[in-house]
Design a protein around this ligand. Sequence first.
Ligand code: SF4
Ligand code: SF4
Length: 112
Amino acid sequence: MEINSVKPTPECLACGVCCHSPSDQYVWVNGADWKLLGADAERLAHFIGNRAFMKMQDGHCAALEIRREAGKDPVFFCTIYEKRPIICHALGRGSPECEAVLEEKANADRAT
Ligand code: SF4
Ligand code: SF4
């Protein structure tokens, strides 16, 4: 269910905000997630201490592909959408967590 807000929730493909973070311990990968990733696990995820996370590159999850085409808005594409970690399933579009990261990003943008 989508939450009503002053600003409508964007389409995920036009947003990608929740796939970005400066932290390298952002997208937690549990044992079941690692198994589901299969051959992609070693490429896209790694252990930090005794916990596994998605690798980050250029400030976003390594599985995110930002498709840019001249004259068009970028498209934020999860390349492992069907196999994404459970934490990404939990952060659904319009969920309180989604609204919170959008608000955080809006505040950061206002501060710059
Ligand atoms: S879940 Fe929310 S923050 Fe994440 S991409 Fe979709 S609209 Fe953006
Ligand atoms: S696995 Fe996909 S949905 Fe989850 S943070 Fe990475 S790119 Fe975003």
